[in-house]
Design a protein around this ligand. Sequence first.
Ligand SMILES: *[C@@H]1O[C@H](CO)[C@@H](O)[C@H](O)[C@H]1NC(C)=O
Ligand SMILES: *[C@@H]1O[C@H](CO)[C@@H](O)[C@H](O)[C@H]1NC(C)=O
Ligand SMILES: *[C@@H]1O[C@H](CO)[C@@H](O)[C@H](O)[C@H]1NC(C)=O
Length: 184
Amino acid sequence: MTVVAVDASYTFPIVSDVVVIALGQITDVLFTADQPPASYYMAAHPYASTAGVPFDNTTTTGIIIYEDATLSTPQMPVLPAFNDTPTAHKFSSNLTGLVNGPHWTPVPLEMDEHMFVTVGLGLVACGGTANATCASPLGQRLGVSMNNASFQFPTKSSMLQAFFNNVDGIYTTDFPNQPPLVFD
Ligand SMILES: *[C@@H]1O[C@H](CO)[C@@H](O)[C@H](O)[C@H]1NC(C)=O
Ligand SMILES: *[C@@H]1O[C@H](CO)[C@@H](O)[C@H](O)[C@H]1NC(C)=O
Ligand SMILES: *[C@@H]1O[C@H](CO)[C@@H](O)[C@H](O)[C@H]1NC(C)=O
């Protein structure tokens, strides 16, 4: 496979046997059919690196059948282990934009803001009693934060609309430049 774009942005082409993809993400891949004519599974399963956190460990498959193949049981590829961080990191860290490609914009080299952003996941209170958005009987749910600030959905307009139309009051500009505590 040759990865040529991610989320509608051209990438430097990457030749790879595996593609690492996140929720809601789109990857454009050119597929080279250069194997002996046969049928093959293409398969996907989760990458889950955190020990002790349960996840759906099932594998989903599609079948690729070469035109001249005699019908037979598809061959199953050997998939990376669920926690194969080196493979995931090798793929993700290898992705770069296609310099001088269509819609490429040079990254600004002057920095006027230095930020250190940490991502946190923890249990937060959600109103005290169990309800539709708070399944836990203890009145807690998982909450994600960046520099200890959690996202709250705006109700009147999307943030992008507010940004483009200069609408006040939808988002604030005081996102912290660093986490409130020394982060280890
Ligand atoms: C998936 O998880 C179940 C339950 O934890 C376990 O019994 C099974 O061996 C796992 N399957 C694979 C392919 O890891
Ligand atoms: C990605 O991998 C290719 C092939 O190994 C290499 O030539 C290229 O420099 C890598 N790119 C990055 C950004 O690591
Ligand atoms: C993180 O945010 C919560 C909720 O706003 C607040 O109660 C807590 O004090 C903050 N933690 C720190 C270390 O500032």
